[in-house]
Design a binder for this molecule. Structure first.
Ligand code: FDA
Length: 583
C-alpha cells in the first residue's frame, strides 16, 4: 500500500513541473508535485519570456498573465543588444532585439495578444507554483525522487523525505519527470538521447550595483563585452545581463571545462565586474556565484507508456535564444490536456503517445538552434580580428584597424555590421518561438498540404490554420464591441470549433459528440449579428476556409482539424475526427 495516492505525480517544481501542475489543477486533475529542495529557483537563470509562453499564462487566467507583466521588465527595455569593449568603454555595435525593431514589433503585435518580456525565473517559478497550489496541487518540498516502477495500471515511485530521512511511496496513474538537466527519471527510464553534456563551462556572478549611467540611455537585457586579453579561450568575452533595471546584474563568464570550476569569492567577483563594466572603482554587492555547464543534448523519445519527461530533462542546451524555460512550459501545455483526458478515461493510450511524437522534434530543433547561436558569434570575433592572435596587444591593434581610412578597414566595418546583424537568429528569432507545428494522430490533416514558407521560418512567424499549427491570433468582437483574441476563445482545457454563418449545424454536431464521448467542444459561429463578430475582417483573411467550413483547436490552441466547407454529414465528420484524436 503506497503512502500517497494521486492521479499524476510530478518530479520537480521548476518552470516545467510547476506549469504542468498549474495546468493539471486548472483542468481539475488531482496531482502531487515534489521538489528535493525546500524552495524554488534561488537564482534568476531563465528570463526571456516569449509570446507563446505568455499565451500559456494567459490561458491559465488573466490574473496569471497580469502578474507576470507586473514583475517583468517590459519589452521596450529589452531592445538594444549592445556589443562593447566594456560598459564604460567603446561601443562596437548594437542590434534591435526581442521584437523591438519596428518591423519585428509589428510582427509581434500581429501575432499574439501577448508581449514578450523579461521575467527572471525567481519570479516565474513562484507565479506558476502559486497558481498550481492555489488550484489544488499538493506540493511536497524537501522530497527527493529515487526510483519508480511502472506496471499496466500505474506507477509506483519511491521518494525520500529529506527532513526525516524516511522513504515514502507514491502510487499514481502517471509520472512526469520535470527534474531538470540531470534528470534521474529520464535515466531510470533509459530514454534515448543524442548529443553531449558538458561542452563548455560557465560561471554566473549575481550582484547589485547601480549601472544606470552606462546603460539607461541604451536599454538592453544583454551587454556583450569583448576584451582582448581576458582569459576565456584567448578571446575575452563576458556577458553582463540585466536582472532588474538597472541595479541588479548577472555576469556570465566562461571557464575552461577541462579545469576545475573556479572558486568565486567577493574579491574575484568584484575584479570581473570591474573589468567588464570598465570602472576600476566599481563597488558591487555580491549576491551569489554559481557554475553551470553548457550542454548539447536532447531526448529522441520523451516517454514510456506512463512516464513522461519534459523541460531540461528532455532538452539540454545553452541559454542562447532564451528557449529553455519557454520550451519547458510549452512541453507542459502539450502534455497536460492529454493527461487530463486520459485520467478521466476519455482517451485511449494512443493520445498520450502523441506527446513525444510532437515534442521530441521541438527538443531537437531548439537544442540545435541554441548551440548554433553560440557558433554564430564567430563572425563577430573574426570581423574584429580577434581570431588570428592570442596576443592582447595584437588583438587590440586588429580591432582598432576598423577605424582606418583604407579599403581593408571599410571591408572590416562591413563585415562587423553584417556579423552583428546576423545575430538576429539568436536575439530576434520569432519564427523559432512561434512556428511550432505538430504531426501526429492528434492532428487530423486529411492530406491538406503545408503552406509554402513566405519567408525565413526561423526568423518570421507564418500564421496558418493548417492542422498542427498554433491557432493564428486576430481580434474578434463580442456584441458589445469588446475585443477578444481568437486564442482567448480557444484553450481553457476545451476543444473549440470556429465556423461562420451557414455553419451553425456544427453546433448541433458538437452537442451530439459531447453526448456520445463526454467531450465538450465549444463552438463559435462568427459573423454579423452573431455572438462573435469579425469587424476587422482579419479572421476571414487568415482562417483559410469558407464561412461554412470549420477550424477546430485542441485545448493547447493548436489546430487539430480544418475543413474548407460544410461536409454532407457534419456529425459523422466530427465523430470521425474526435475518435481519431482521442485514439
Ligand atoms: P529546472 O532545472 O528549472 O527544475 C528542475 C526541478 O526538479 C527543480 O525543482 C529541482 O529541485 C527538481 N529536482 C531535480 N531532481 C530532483 C529529484 N531527484 N527529486 C526531486 N526533485 C528534483 N531559459 C529561457 O527560457 N529563457 C532564458 O532567458 C534563459 N536564460 C538562462 C540563463 C542562464 C544563465 C541559465 C543557466 C539558464 C537559462 N535558461 C533560460 C534555461 C532555463 O533556466 C531552464 O531551461 C529551465 O530552468 C528548465 O526548467 P525545468 O523545469 O525543466 O528544470
Amino acid at each position: 500500500m503506497a503512502d500517497i495516492t494521486t492521479e499524476v505525480l510530478i518530479i520537480g517544481t521548476g518552470p516545467a513541473g510547476s506549469a504542468c501542475a498549474a495546468l493539471l489543477s486548472s483542468y481539475g486533475i488531482e496531482n502531487v508535485a515534489i521538489n528535493r529542495y525546500r524552495w524554488l529557483a534561488n537564482t534568476p537563470r531563465a528570463h526571456i519570456t516569449n509570446q507563446r509562453t505568455m499565451e500559456v499564462l494567459r490561458d491559465l487566467g488573466h490574473e496569471v498573465e497580469q502578474e507576470a507583466y507586473m514583475h517583468a521588465t517590459e519589452q521596450e527595455l529589452m531592445g538594444n543588444n549592445v556589443f562593447c569593449e566594456s560598459l564604460a568603454g567603446e561601443e562596437l555595435g548594437r542590434l534591435n532585439s526581442w521584437g523591438t525593431h519596428p518591423n519585428s514589433k509589428a510582427e509581434h503585435l500581429l501575432s499574439s495578444p501577448t508581449f514578450m518580456n523579461d521575467l527572471p525565473q525567481t519570479f516565474m517559478e513562484p507565479l506558476l507554483f502559486k497558481t498550481a497550489c492555489s488550484r489544488g496541487t499538493q506540493a511536497r518540498m524537501s522530497t527527493e525522487y529515487l526510483s519508480h516502477t511502472e506496471d499496466e495500471t500505474g506507477v509506483t515511485t519511491t521518494c525520500r523525505d529529506r527532513l526525516t530521512g524516511q522513504t515514502l511511496t507514491v502510487r499514481s496513474k502517471y509520472l512526469v519527470g520535470a527534474d531538470g538537466g540531470n534528470s534521474l527519471v529520464a535515466e531510470n527510464c533509459g530514454l534515448p538521447f543524442e548529443g553531449k553534456m558538458g561542452v563548455g563551462g560557465s560561471m554566473n556572478i549575481l550582484f547589485r550595483a547601480d549601472l544606470s549611467k552606462y546603460v539607461a540611455h541604451r536599454p538592453s537585457v544583454l551587454y556583450w563585452v569583448m576584451q582582448p586579453g581576458a582569459n576565456v579561450g584567448g578571446i575575452g568575452m563576458g556577458l553582463v545581463r540585466m536582472v532588474r533595471p538597472w541595479n541588479e546584474w548577472l555576469i556570465v563568464w566562461g571557464y575552461d571545462i577541462n579545469q576545475p570550476a573556479p572558486e568565486v569569492d567577493a574579491a574575484f567577483a568584484t575584479k570581473v565586474a570591474r573589468q567588464l563594466v570598465g570602472d576600476p572603482d566599481l563597488e558591487i554587492e555580491l549576491l551569489s556565484a554559481s557554475v553551470w555547464t553548457v550542454n548539447d543534448m536532447y531526448a529522441t523519445h520523451m516517454q514510456t507508456d506512463r512516464v513522461f519527461i519534459m523541460g531540461d530533462a528532455a532538452h539540454r542546451h545553452p541559454p542562447s535564444n532564451g528557449l529553455g524555460s519557454n520550451t519547458s512550459i510549452q512541453d507542459a501545455y502539450n502534455l497536460a490536456w492529454k493527461l487530463a483526458l486520459s485520467v478521466r478515461g476519455q482517451a485511449g493510450p494512443g493520445l498520450l503517445k502523441t506527446y513525444s511524437e510532437e515534442r521530441a522534434p521541438v527538443a531537437k530543433q531548439i537544442v540545435t538552434r541554441a548551440n548554433q547561436s553560440i557558433g554564430e558569434f564567430g563572425p563577430i570575433f573574426e570581423a574584429l580580428g580577434l581570431l588570428g592572435s592570442v596576443d592582447p596587444v595584437k588583438m587590440q591593434e586588429n580591432m582598432d584597424k576598423r577605424c582606418n581610412t583604407d579599403t581593408a578597414a571599410e571591408a572590416q566595418r562591413e563585415a562587423l555590421r553584417n556579423a552583428i546583424a546576423f545575430k538576429k537568429y539568436e536575439f530576434d528569432c520569432h519564427g523559432v518561438e512561434m512556428n511550432q507545428r505538430y504531426s501526429s494522430q492528434a492532428v487530423v490533416r486529411d492530406d491538406q498540404p503545408e503552406p509554402a514558407p513566405n519567408d525565413d521560418m526561423e526568423l518570421h512567424y507564418q500564421p496558418t490554420t493548417w492542422p498542427g499549427a498554433r491557432l493564428p491570433h486576430c481580434w474578434l468582437f463580442d456584441a458589445a464591441g469588446n475585443r477578444h483574441s481568437t486564442l482567448d476563445l480557444a484553450g481553457k482545457g476545451r476543444f473549440t470549433l470556429f465556423t461562420g454563418i451557414g455553419g451553425e449545424v456544427w453546433q448541433q454536431a458538437a452537442e451530439s459528440v459531447e453526448e456520445e464521448l463526454g467531450i465538450k467542444i465549444a463552438v463559435h459561429v462568427i459573423g454579423p449579428r452573431m455572438a462573435v463578430q469579425d469587424h476587422l475582417g482579419d479572421w476571414a483573411r487568415i482562417r483559410e476556409t469558407s464561412d461554412t467550413g470549420a477550424v477546430m483547436t485542441r485545448p493547447d490552441q493548436h489546430v487539430c482539424y480544418r475543413i474548407a466547407a460544410l461536409p454532407a454529414d457534419p456529425l459523422a465528420e466530427l465523430r470521425r475526427v474526435m475518435t481519431t484524436i482521442l485514439a
